[in-house]
Design a protein around this ligand. Structure first.
Ligand code: PMT
Length: 218
């Protein structure tokens, strides 16, 4: 049997994109497939954890023996994340959360207008920063950073500004890695440590990431 370093631990993971409605038929979103986050959920479950997966809209089957909550918008994801985070030992934010949503969601389909149209967007809550800011029942908080340049600098900035314990950085400008592909490469950053994980299948990479988290817990 596989080693179970997370036996007795509760792990909550966010995965996939969020969808921010503009009107009844349109939305803003991104290319996250959920593969990385679902891989993490399966890895944590194999390592003995009780796993909650908060999933945006994706085309994947639920991992076995994992409790899945399906959400659409960032606000829905935030509410579910806070509810589950306070019962968790570890929280991993792998979702690609939309930073902005429409200021108003039109009740009827927006009609075609002139040659230009302007959408007003407002900032979404920063889910992982809210989890990391919990004063009571704060879980070990792990973020992801999707960058297209200056990966270490931006990832370390997010680690510090969002007050995370750890961040997993991926360079999403590289073809065949990051959003929607089967493979990824990650650099894990802690305040005083870092580890580079070369390109590999997301499910294998997920096992290494979860092992790294488990080793930092004790
Ligand atoms: O889903 P896949 O197709 O498998 O692709 C995997 C992935 C590329 C989406 C994944 O590896 C990844 O990098 N996820 C984070 C994507 C992202 O939105 O990164 P960010 O750098 O914009 O956000 C930094 C961190 O803050 C992330 O932990 C994110 O979940 C979190 N965040 C961001 C905005 C927001 N409003 N709330 C948040 O919690």
């Amino acid at each position: 049997p596989a080693a179970q370093p997370l036996l007795g631990k509760v792990v909550t993971i966010t995965a996939g994109p969020t969808r921010e409605a503009l009107d009844p038929v349109r939305y803003i979103s991104n290319h996250s497939s959920g593969k990385m986050g679902y891989g993490l959920a399966q890895a944590a479950q194999k390592m003995g954890a009780t796993v909650n997966l908060i999933s945006g809209p994706v085309k994947l089957n639920a991992p076995s023996n994992v409790q899945v909550s399906y959400v659409n918008s960032a606000i829905e994801m935030r509410d579910e994340a806070i509810r589950l985070a306070i019962e968790s030992d570890i929280f991993i934010g792998c979702a690609a959360v939309a930073d902005y949503r429409a200021a108003d969601i039109a009740e009827q389909k927006i009609k075609k207008q002139g040659d230009e149209m302007t959408l007003t967007l407002v900032k979404n809550p920063d889910i992982i920063a809210e989890v990391a800011a919990l004063t009571k029942d704060r879980p070990y908080t792990v973020g992801f950073a999707a960058e297209t340049q200056d990966v270490e600098q931006y990832a370390r900035g997010k680690l510090k500004n969002k007050k995370l314990d750890m961040i997993c950085a991926n360079d999403v400008s590289q073809a065949g890695l990051g959003f929607n592909s089967d493979n990824n490469a990650l650099t894990l950053f802690w305040q005083d440590d870092q580890v580079s994980l070369p390109t590999s299948n997301k499910n294998e990479l997920a096992l290494t990431v979860v092992k790294a988290i488990a080793s930092k817990l004790d």
